[in-house]
Ligand binder design. Structure first.
Ligand code: FE2
Length: 182
């Protein structure tokens, strides 16, 4: 769906999240019950893990605002499902507006990278790399993503296989460890 006109200019700091939400065209909510098989332990089906608001831009890019609740499922920190893009040429930029988190990326050859993603920071996700974000803080983790309109989301590959690494609380601290289920 392409808008027929342009969007008005808008600012996006953590204080402006409501402006983004009021311009959004699409809303996705993920509770524990929507994420069966993603965490090592089963999550309370009613527990809110994250929400995504999308703005379909009028031209070449779309934007996503992800708000992730703090918390864990067992000892595993709240995370997004993670996805590959259906388009092999679609890369993406992520910026953290608020909170404390991480991003894990995995290539089609299962090469793995993890990076911190904290307020004021951002990361580049190259095309061909699956990506998942994780809230390791004790407040909402709010992210802005910008991606090409034709990116598409492929969740199935991650649902089947998972990521090689997961983020667990170990001795009170977030740690990236090997995924025993991979
Ligand atoms: Fe993406």
């Amino acid at each position: 769906m392409v808008k027929s006109n342009t969007l008005d200019p808008f600012s996006l700091h953590k204080e402006d999240v409501d402006t983004f939400i009021s311009n959004s065209d699409n809303y996705i909510i993920r509770k524990g019950g929507d994420m069966k098989g993603f965490f090592q332990e089963s999550a309370d089906p009613d527990k809110l893990i994250y929400e995504v608001y999308e703005i379909r831009g009028p031209h070449s890019t779309d934007m996503g605002l992800t708000i992730m609740k703090p918390g864990k499922v067992g000892k595993e920190f709240h995370m997004t499902k993670g996805h590959f893009h259906e388009s092999k040429s679609a890369d993406e930029y992520y910026f953290c507006l608020s909170g404390k988190g991480m991003i894990i990326m995995q290539s089609e050859d299962d090469e793995i990278r993890h990076m911190p993603l904290n307020e004021g920071g951002g990361v580049y996700v190259p095309s061909g790399w699956a990506h998942r974000t994780i809230n390791v803080g004790d407040e909402d983790f709010i992210l802005l993503a910008i991606f090409p309109k034709d990116a598409g989301h492929d969740y199935g590959a991650i649902e089947d296989k998972g990521f090689r690494s997961i983020v667990m609380e170990v001795d009170g601290q977030p740690q990236v460890i090997d995924n025993p289920s991979f």
